[in-house]
Design a protein around this ligand. Structure first.
Ligand code: ATP
Ligand code: PRP
Length: 232
């Protein structure tokens, strides 16, 4: 399964040029690793060493390198064509809504949901419907604004990068919009989920221009990931 693939790229002068696959460091990487192996991608040994300071790694395929970046940045690298392929959560894709990104494959990993939560004993989603404005802490300002705008509520978003669950008790916001999986983080911080905005899993993403200019090389990787999913 892990022979080098047959690259006949016809890209904008990019015959034989290397492809870059952007992978998220952190929790998703652990779930991605077995999938990479099934797709025949073996990154350099220190890729899995969290103490390594390297960010770009060669693989067993001389025409494919992987980079290890933050989950949100995977989408940015792919949208701008700095990486041609990537893996990131649907939450990240919803937040940015980059037209340059095509997300053909649901990888079925990193399952969670984007939800609204509030302190236990709050007004609930029904109670919120009577408000015209609300302060919301979130790592997802666009998702939060869009969600409340659709209900006729103006969200004043406090943008945080983590630990959103602290915001209501410290008076930073009334609500939060964050990821929920088991619900234990909400519970441990005195919050309850009041509305599910979207179900999330991780996706294989592709830069649309790269797909047009290098259809064979990228198409072959898509086939490999499809086969890897089918053999899971
Ligand atoms: N509790 C969870 N359960 C399942 N999947 C999750 C959970 N939290 C996050 N995810 C998925 O993993 C992706 C990365 O998570 P997160 O943004 O929390 O990054 P991280 O793993 O903490 O690393 P970093 O913050 O350094 O990028 C999210 O975009 C989402 O798709
Ligand atoms: O419902 P649960 O199973 O408790 O999972 C939800 C938690 O997981 C994520 O945080 P993460 O652990 O990635 O930390 P972060 O705050 O650094 O993003 C998310 O932001 C929640 O805090």
């Amino acid at each position: 399964m892990d022979q080098p693939i047959n690259h006949k790229t016809t890209a904008s002068g990019a015959e034989g040029a290397q492809l870059v696959l952007a992978l998220p460091k952190g929790r998703i990487l652990k779930e991605v690793s077995p999938l990479l192996a099934r797709a025949g991608i073996r990154p350099a040994a220190d890729f899995h060493d969290e103490t390594s300071r390297r960010l770009r790694f060669e693989t067993n395929d001389p025409d494919l390198d992987v980079i290890r970046v933050r989950s949100f940045d995977v989408a940015t690298f792919v949208a701008f064509g700095a990486a041609q392929i990537g893996i990131c959560g649907a939450d990240v894709l919803m937040e940015f809504d980059y037209p340059e990104i095509y997300a053909p494959l649901d990888l079925g990993i990193g399952a969670c949901r984007v939800s609204v939560a509030e302190p236990v004993g709050g007004a609930g989603a029904q109670g919120m419907a009577r408000q015209s404005r609300v302060a919301v802490a979130s790592k997802y300002p666009n998702i939060a604004r869009r969600h409340f705008a659709a209900k006729g509520i103006q969200a004043e978003v406090v943008h945080l990068n983590g630990a959103m669950e602290l915001a209501p008790s410290l008076g930073l916001s009334r609500l939060i919009v964050d990821l929920v999986q088991t619900g234990s983080t909400l519970k441990a911080n005195g919050l309850v989920e009041t509305d599910v905005i979207a179900q999330v899993t991780s996706r294989l993403i592709v830069n649309r221009t790269a797909l047009k200019t290098r259809p064979e090389a990228i198409g072959e990787w898509l086939s490999r990931f499809r086969a890897a999913l089918a053999s899971a």
